[in-house]
Design a protein around this ligand. Structure first.
Ligand SMILES: Nc1ncnc2c1ncn2[C@@H]1O[C@H](COP(=O)(O)OP(=O)(O)OP(=O)(O)O)[C@@H](O)[C@H]1O
Ligand SMILES: C[C@@](O)(CCO)CC(=O)[O-]
Ligand SMILES: [Mg+2]
Length: 387
């Protein structure tokens, strides 16, 4: 039995970090996916292990079912129909399982992904032998929601072969889950994100689950639809960083300066709400598309200024901002910052020559530029092996 799942990455148009502290944020899925292939061995194969192959980072793990039961029977609740949180005690058991697999020092950041995998797998499917292969179109740890896409795609694959959802496995092509099942899937993915991020807001797993564009505040989503074409240049500074550490850094700054940080978060809330209104309002005689794009660009710049206040910008991000500003283009970091990716709004009337010049200049600084389609499908699964 084999199933494939895919879940998209995301961009945050406004509100990262502040959303962890209760502000509104606006995010959209992009057409770059994390793919998971889950296969149960046939009885004749006589396999008694759970194998994980993380192709993007060149890591392979194999745990005997006996060892998994020994380490996790006391701390995890197999076939749990309600998403369960990984406790500190469970995390210790997960880390001993990963550590004993001779994990290379240079790839230590990936360990939390392996913990999330083990937690989701054993909680949803118990101690069943299987092989799971993960690949991604997304750069890892660059602000495009690779951790959430990973958790959403894993949850989708595991749930599809569990008793918690009912799916017609004879259907062909990419399938979507029912609304109630998406809610369950999103909750499981959030438990995985908690293992990787520490204190996620839930926006990344939610937009990866549902796709399209969402406004998100205090754990609840509102689906929104843009009336304007949104074209963003995505620049990967290639400076590695870790979302968990950046989120913790903002929380520490908030403890040191509660009043000013509360004002910063309130300002971000207003920016996100206004941005959401601008992108949803129809262009009319009174307000042209160009004016809407100018407003959007200005709101992105204002949000970037506040992200600097939170301490999550980086010299590489500032270089991208300075470069794009020379061409009068508005930019902001996206995701957790500290390096990673920067968004630049490409107005509809901007000529291809100017775009090529900006890209050339950014790439000459060692950055990588690309565009992605904004606001497509959320998570999907496929049983027929043809996709
Ligand atoms: N394809 C993958 N293979 C293995 N591990 C992955 C994969 N995708 C994500 N991960 C896990 O997620 C971690 C990166 O998550 P992190 O939250 O730091 O960055 P991000 O999700 O890409 O950016 P952001 O959270 O800012 O959107 C990796 O270190 C790894 O543990
Ligand atoms: C930095 C952050 O706001 C977004 C990361 O993509 C963290 C979160 O919301 O979980
Ligand atoms: Mg992440």
């Amino acid at each position: 039995m084999e199933v494939k799942a895919r879940a998209p990455g995301k961009i945050i148009l406004s509100g990262e970090h502040a959303v962890v502290h209760g502000s509104t944020a606006v995010a959209a899925s992009i057409d770059l996916f994390t793919h998971v292939c889950l296969r149960f061995p046939s009885q004749t194969e006589n396999v008694d292990a759970l194998k994980l192959h993380l192709k993007d980072v060149g890591l392979e793990f194999s745990w005997s079912i006996e060892r998994l039961k020994e380490a996790l029977s006391q701390v995890c609740c197999p076939f749990s129909s309600v998403p369960s949180s990984c406790t500190t005690e469970s995390l210790k058991s997960l880390s001993s399982l990963v550590d004993e697999q001779s994990f290379p020092e240079a790839k230590i950041g990936i360990a939390s992904g392996a913990y999330a995998f083990l937690w989701l797998y054993t909680s949803i499917l118990g101690f069943k032998p299987a092989t799971v292969v993960v690949t991604s179109d997304l750069p890892l740890g660059a602000g495009l929601g690779s951790s959430a896409a990973f958790c959403v795609a894993l949850s989708a694959a595991f749930l599809s072969l569990s008793n918690s959802v009912s799916l017609d496995v004879s259907q062909k092509g990419w399938l979507t889950y029912k609304e109630s099942e998406l809610e369950l899937l999103n909750k499981w993915a959030f438990e995985g994100e908690k293992i990787i991020h520490g204190k996620p807001s839930g926006i990344d797993n939610t937009v990866s689950t549902y796709g399209n564009m969402i406004q998100f505040k205090s754990g609840s989503l509102t689906r929104i639809k843009t009336t304007m074409p949104l074209k963003m240049l995505i620049t990967n500074t290639k400076v590695g960083r870790n979302t968990k550490a950046l989120v913790a850094g903002v929380s520490e700054r908030t403890l040191r300066h509660p009043d000013p940080m509360t004002s910063v978060f309130n300002a971000v809330d207003s920016i996100s709400k206004e941005l959401s209104t601008v992108i949803q309002s129809p262009a009319s005689d009174n307000i042209s598309l160009t004016e809407k794009e100018e407003k959007l660009g200005e709101l992105m710049e204002m949000n970037q200024g506040l992200l600097q206040c939170m301490g999550v910008s980086h010299a590489s991000i500032e270089t991208v901002l300075r470069t794009t500003l020379k061409y009068k283009l508005a930019s902001k970091l996206t995701g957790a910052g500290g390096g990673g990716c920067v968004l630049t709004l490409l107005p509809t009337l901007l000529s291809a020559t100017v775009v090529a010049k900006v890209v050339k200049e950014l790439e000459s600084s060692g950055f990588q530029c690309f565009t992605a389609t904004i606001g497509g499908e959320g998570v999907q699964i496929c049983f027929d092996g043809s996709s």
